[in-house]
Design a protein around this ligand. Structure first.
Ligand code: PLP
Length: 398
């Protein structure tokens, strides 16, 4: 950052690039500029780096390297998964099952198909944000072509029962997609063991560059093979097995691979460190600030996620006041933070609109230190107290 210190606690919105990743990306912008489809040596060099990176990234989730398709983002991967399955399978059935707490990148393509006549089941969640595998199984019909349930929620950090969901999808021979953008590199994922057919991830949530993501597409399991059960949603020059044409962003992918290698090497240790910090923050706030409550599951949650509701005040004011103190947090999610509607995730776990409005998400990361957290503790109570004094909601309530 600049010379003034800034405590960045919004790592679920995006992460700063790891300096080791920046070095890798810079190096390849200079040295590996070829088009990976070109036949000459400059192109071949880019092609080799692309395949080496693909292999390394696939290893993180126990995938075959040929089942990884690079995209520009997590959003694009989600859109290929949903619309691609719809386009290819609409003659077999017109029913999608998803949850009521998906990221907009899954929610909105599903809504779009709902407008176009598809039936969409929006599974409810319990007060912790968990879907029920029994509800899922009951929702399946002969018309169901896709189950799309996120691995971990971006607002409240809840980790869904992915293994159970995968088993149900497999039993009923239905394609299972999971948006794993928040979980990728933070918690162990095994696409074989968990029976995941399609999985989305994004580099910039993992200390890698922005503008690069991936869709894992299982080639076996679903008998027909890659591209046979998912249609592309763009047509062009045949890159990425025709699934995602465009000259491939090899330097960004090399950076993504570097970010994945770093995550692989440090995952357990780093998760334990973050869980400790996370629980310190949660417990401290609940003990020291009255009328505060935790959103999401107490233990089945991402190592870096804290989401708290403070009664009588607005999340937006908390964000702006903390920012003046040099601390960056968010309300519900980055995507809804510019709209005044309460978060659909917090409403789905049963919060009343005014409770949902008073929520703050603080997401720690690789570069968050204990000193950062102490500084946060120094500033937060004053902010909450000041806002509550001004709050019209507080009047008449004890
Ligand atoms: C950030 C995020 C996305 C979108 O990823 P982009 O690469 O920013 O498009 C999708 N799903 C979840 C759960 C996310 O947190």
């Amino acid at each position: 950052m600049t010379d003034t210190k800034y405590v960045y606690l919004d790592n679920a919105a995006t992460t700063p690039m790891d300096p080791r990743v920046i070095d890798e990306v810079n190096k390849h912008f200079k040295e590996t500029y070829g088009n990976s489809s070109s036949l000459h040596s400059i192109g071949q060099k880019a092609g080799q780096l692309l395949e080496k990176s693909r292999k390394s990234i696939a290893g993180l989730i126990n995938a075959n390297k040929q089942d990884i398709i690079f995209t520009s983002s997590g959003t694009e991967a989600d859109n290929i998964a949903i619309t691609g399955v719809v386009l290819k399978n609409m003659n077999r059935g017109r029913h999608i099952i998803t949850s009521s707490i998906e990221h907009h990148a899954v929610e909105n393509p599903c809504k779009q198909w709902e407008k176009d006549g598809f039936k969409v089941t929006w599974l409810p969640v319990d007060k912790y944000g968990l879907i029920s595998p029994e509800d899922l199984e009951k929702a399946i019909t002969n018309e169901t072509i896709l189950i799309s349930i996120m691995f971990a929620n971006n607002e409240i950090g809840t980790i869904e029962p992915i293994r159970e969901i995968g088993a149900i999808a497999k039993t009923h021979d239905i394609i299972f997609h999971t948006d794993a953008v928040q979980a990728f590199g933070k918690v162990p994922i095994d696409v074989e063991e968990m029976n995941i057919d399609l999985l989305s991830a994004s580099s910039h949530k993992l200390y890698g560059p922005k503008g690069i993501g991936l869709l894992y597409m299982k080639n076996k399991g679903i008998k027909k093979g890659i591209g046979k059960y998912v249609s592309p949603i763009m047509w062009g020059g045949g890159h990425e097995k025709d699934m995602r044409p465009s000259t491939v962003a090899v330097p960004l992918i090399a950076g993504f691979a570097k970010a994945v290698e770093l995550a692989k090497g440090e995952m357990n240790e780093e998760a334990n460190r973050q869980i400790k910090l996370r629980d310190t923050i949660i417990n401290w706030i609940l003990e020291n600030i009255e009328d505060s409550s935790l959103n999401g599951h107490p233990t089945q949650r991402l190592p870096n996620n804290v989401n708290i509701s403070f009664k009588y005040i607005e999340g937006e004011s908390i964000v702006l006041d903390l920012d003046m103190d040099g601390i960056g947090v968010s309300t519900g999610s980055a995507c809804s933070s510019k709209s005044l509607d309460p978060s659909h995730v917090l409403l789905a776990i049963g919060l009343r609109p005014e409770e949902a409005h008073g929520s703050m998400r603080a997401t720690i990361g690789r570069f968050t230190t204990e000193e950062d957290i102490e500084y946060f503790f120094e500033k937060l109570p004053n902010v909450i107290e000041r806002l509550r004094k001004m709050s019209p909601l507080k009047k008449g309530v004890k």
